[in-house]
Write a protein that binds this ligand. Structure first.
Ligand code: TYM
Length: 330
């Protein structure tokens, strides 16, 4: 590394508009590290990773740019962070192939994230899907990044990245760091259905960053609740999801007040949902305004993407050259 800054890399797949899970679990951490002078931050759109599950070509073409718009709208600043598209830096896929030579097929096949996706799309159990974590390791290590702001669901993938770093270092004498996750308070945002996590692939589970107040209200209205009164506040299900969102958007004190109401006079979900919707919208509205500005300026967007690719590639090329030398390819 040329400077003393700690390097950070993160990415989000180009599968559509970002939701609150992406925002709280990943983007908030990305922002925090961007705005800390100790870190050098690189943030990409994982468009190549989007090919690992069934997708529409025209949608991908659109979404890969839209995620950059979302990034900038949410506060990622092309003057402070390198913002780029994964496919624009082919060194990622090149390094992923070299890395795949130190990873066993069995290790990949047993990953819960792989098994889940195969269950979701049984007709799409491809090599690309099996390779998902190897490409992710290459994304991170091609920049020698030691910090990765992502949600808790990505921990198994980071473990693979650390294993690959160790194996490469032991076998070929490279000096890859073992990347650590940078966690946020929203590292696990629950689903609005009350089951599992908020996810793009589960209808009714999410709120998008682009949702207006009415849509947010409608989505919250669908969260399953109970009678609002009892001796113990539920720790799972729709009520727990709502309380978690209250804590994330309105603070722990607001949550405690609702919890107290639950075990005494009773909790009115209509009021909770109304004020939660307002709080969420208050945070999203400025993002939406900024989003509209950049969406209307495709030249500026092109420039951000081109500059980002150039900066990222300059770093990535150095790593790949070193790896090729050490592996006997140069
Ligand atoms: P993706 O697109 O599935 O998720 C993007 C980010 O959003 C976080 N996330 C959540 N966090 C909290 N609660 C949730 N309900 C929730 N849902 C999603 C994810 O943890 C992730 O941080 N594999 C990555 C993309 C990637 C990447 C990388 C990330 C590719 N290469 C290199 C970091 C470094 C992913 O899951 O994307």
């Amino acid at each position: 590394m040329k400077n003393n800054k700690k390097r950070v890399l993160s990415g989000i797949r180009a599968t559509g508009s970002l939701h609150l899970g992406n925002y709280l679990g990943a983007v908030k951490g990305m922002l925090e590290l961007q705005n800390d002078d100790d870190y050098e931050t690189l943030y990409m759109v994982a468009d190549v990773h989007t090919l690992t599950t069934p997708y529409d070509v025209e949608e991908l073409r659109r979404y890969r740019r839209e995620v950059v718009i979302d990034y900038v709208a949410a506060g990622l600043d092309p003057d402070k962070s390198v913002l780029f598209l994964q496919a624009d830096v082919p060194e990622h896929t090149e390094l992923a192939f070299y890395f795949s030579s130190v990873v066993s097929m069995a290790r990949m096949q047993h990953l819960p994230t792989f098994k889940d996706k195969v269950k979701q799309h049984p007709e799409h159990a491809t090599m690309a899907l099996l390779n998902y974590p190897v490409l992710m390791a290459a994304d991170i290590l091609v920049y020698q990044a030691g910090f990765v702001p992502v949600g808790i669901d990505q921990e198994p993938h980071l473990e693979i990245a650390r294993e690959i770093a160790r194996k490469m270092n032991a076998q070929y004498g490279t000096d890859f760091p073992e990347p650590q996750r940078f966690a946020t308070k929203g590292e696990y945002v629950p689903s609005l259905t009350g089951e599992g996590k908020m996810s793009k692939s589960v209808t009714g589970s999410y709120i998008n960053l682009t949702d207006d107040l009415e849509t947010i209200k409608k989505r919250l209205a669908g969260v399953p609740t109970d009678a609002g009164k009892g001796s113990e506040v539920p720790s799972e299900g729709g009520v727990a999801s709502l309380l978690q969102l209250v804590s994330l958007f309105q603070g722990d004190e607001a949550r405690q007040q609702y919890e107290q109401a639950y075990t005494s006079e009773g909790l009115r979900y209509q009021d909770l949902k109304e004020s939660l919707a307002q709080a969420i919208y208050e945070e999203l509205q400025p993002i939406q305004e900024k989003r509209a500005e950049l969406a209307a300026d495709s030249e500026k967007l092109d420039e951000i993407i081109a500059t980002g690719a150039e900066k990222a590639q300059a770093i990535a090329r150095e790593t790949v050259t070193e790896v090729k030398e050490r592996m006997g390819l140069l």
